[in-house]
Design a protein around this ligand. Structure first.
Ligand SMILES: *[C@@H]1O[C@H](CO)[C@@H](O)[C@H](O)[C@H]1NC(C)=O
Ligand SMILES: [Zn+2]
Length: 519
């Protein structure tokens, strides 16, 4: 009896000690030697394979000419909430550790610092202001400088406080402009292209009224897309969010009521206000588009569905929308600026739905591949980035090609843990009835919408404060390097495409010479 008690005390003391001072074994577990799974290329087991690969990369980098053409076209791809662990995990989900997503093949990368002027961790509004308008802003505000705080209606009407997007400056150079997103087209990221608002939630006049403000004074985002200084000139708009455009007593083509209180049908108005304009609301109509200059495509009354839930006969993929947009915008002589957002990576993460987040990232990569296939690296700058990170981590010592959505190992409590985990969010699991950590193997963890585990419970998982990546290809892509403030991104795109009020490649005739001398 006594002996047992002493043993128990000793055992607890051992666990206690181990918690304070990790042994080398704990830090670097003596995992069993495992053979590579049969689907791993056997050549990987030879040194020459890795040396040859590395040498190819050296050759490629050392001989790659700098592209100093003026960028006729600029396409900005934004993976909302696409943190670096999201990219890595999506790569594994898509094809394995050794593969690359389309944009990972781009030759230049940078890191982007995403914090807001007034917050450590950003949202999609202040970041859209940074990566589209070139100004860091306050959390929740879009297309206005840091002089404007959230909900300040009078400040947002003062045009001195406007931050103009690269779309605005591209329009001044007679370039066509377009927006493609899987969110409502009035959501924070796409709104960065055309809106000036002190509150990202003011998407319809009803949203403005709900906050006791006057939509006649502080125009809602949908109205700004029709009539705003930039919105009125956008040629192509593809995404979701019909409700923000329709009166609350009018049903859309799928029987959903609108959200507007002012009785204005903005869809009809958009088409009637423009020459050569068409409205489409489903995939067939999108794919059948003929010779038309302006197209409004709204493929959902709210956000578009996640790709894994999508009715692919009715709703286009992000890649299909991107292709259609590029075809229309390419008809202009002076080039175009196109913004494409994989919007729902972020929303899936908020729900701790890692499987959906990775799938949305793969869809985003497909849209980028579609743009690569339709454009010429000689005259089109493609930049791929994210607005902010999320809390999903990627860990454990799983063997090669292990299913990224399964288990990374076994905890010291004898129970498995997932490779992907969140710091907080709705995937938090209460302990099992016996008091031990929840046994995940009892869950339907292969379900599409399974919520991955979190340390702290929270209705919606939060954004992350870590830097995000930037990938670039085309004219002046080599300027996208180093660790930069997020608001530098549109300044670099403007430099490359010779738009805006700042320093551009066209102004600096000596530039090419200087670069050559340096080489
Ligand atoms: C507009 O904003 C600028 C800069 O923030 C400020 O100097 C000016 O007084 C404002 N104008 C009005 C009418 O409030
Ligand atoms: Zn978010």
């Amino acid at each position: 009896m006594y002996t047992n008690l002493i043993l128990l005390i000793l055992a607890s003391a051992h666990i206690w000690a181990a918690r304070i001072e990790l042994s080398d074994h704990d830090m670097h577990p003596h995992l069993p030697a495992v053979a590579n799974p049969s689907d791993v290329d056997p050549a990987e087991g030879t040194s020459s394979y890795w040396i040859d690969n590395a040498q190819k990369t050296v050759q490629e980098k050392a001989t790659r000419p700098l592209n100093q053409n003026t960028a006729k076209n600029v396409i900005l791809f934004l993976g909302d909430g696409m943190s670096i662990p999201t990219i890595t995990a999506a790569r594994v989900y898509n094809g394995g550790e050794e593969t690359q997503l389309s944009f990972e093949k781009f030759p230049y990368t940078a890191l982007s610092k995403t914090y807001a002027v007034n917050r450590q961790v950003a949202d999609s509004a202040n970041t859209a202001t940074a990566y589209l308008c070139g100004v860091k802003a306050n959390y929740g505000t879009i297309g206005v400088g840091p002089e404007v705080t959230r909900y300040d209606c009078p400040a947002m009407t003062n045009t001195t406080n406007y931050a103009h997007s690269i779309a605005y400056y591209s329009q001044l150079q007679d370039k066509k402009t377009g927006i493609v997103t899987t969110a409502r087209v009035t959501h924070a990221s796409p709104a960065g292209v055309y809106a000036h608002t002190s509150n990202r939630d003011w998407e319809s006049d009803s949203n403005v009224l709900n906050d006791d403000e006057d939509p006649e004074v502080c125009a809602d985002i949908a109205t700004q897309l029709l009539e705003g200084d930039t919105g009125k000139n956008v040629n192509v708009i593809f995404g979701g969010g019909r409700a923000k455009f329709l009166p609350n007593d009018v049903e859309d083509d799928e029987g959903h009521k609108g959200d507007r209180s002012d009785g204005v049908d903005l869809i009809k108005k958009w088409v009637s206000d423009r020459d050569s304009a068409q409205y489409v609301w489903n995939r067939d109509q999108l794919l059948a588009l003929g010779d038309v200059q302006n197209v409004l495509g709204l493929f959902g009354h709210d956000h578009m569905d996640y790709n894994l839930d999508r009715d692919n006969t009715m709703d286009p993929s992000l890649a299909e929308m991107t292709e259609a947009a590029i075809k229309i915008l390419s008809t202009g002589e002076n080039g175009y600026f196109l913004f494409v957002e994989g919007a729902r990576i972020d929303m899936a993460h908020h729900g701790a739905e890692a499987r959906v987040a990775l799938d949305e990232t793969v869809e985003f990569a497909k849209a980028i591949q579609a743009a690569v296939d339709l454009t010429d690296e000689a005259d089109t700058l493609i930049v791929v980035t994210s607005d902010h990170a999320h809390t999903m981590s990627y860990s454990g010592y799983a063997s090669r090609h292990n299913d990224i959505l399964e288990f990374g190992g076994t905890g010291s409590d004898g129970r498995v843990y997932t490779t992907l985990n969140y710091a907080n969010g709705p995937g938090y699991k209460l302990n099992d009835a016996d008091g031990s950590r929840h046994d995940i193997t009892q869950d339907d963890y292969e379900a599409t919408h399974y919520r991955f585990p979190a340390v702290a419970p929270l209705g919606s998982e939060t954004h992350g404060g870590d830097d995000v990546a930037v990938f670039a290809r085309g004219p002046y892509a080599h300027l996208f390097s180093g660790t930069i403030e997020q608001n530098v991104i549109p300044h670099l795109m403007s430099y490359a495409s010779c738009v805006g009020e700042g320093y551009t490649a066209c102004m600096d005739n000596q530039n090419k010479q200087k670069v050559h001398n340096y080489i």
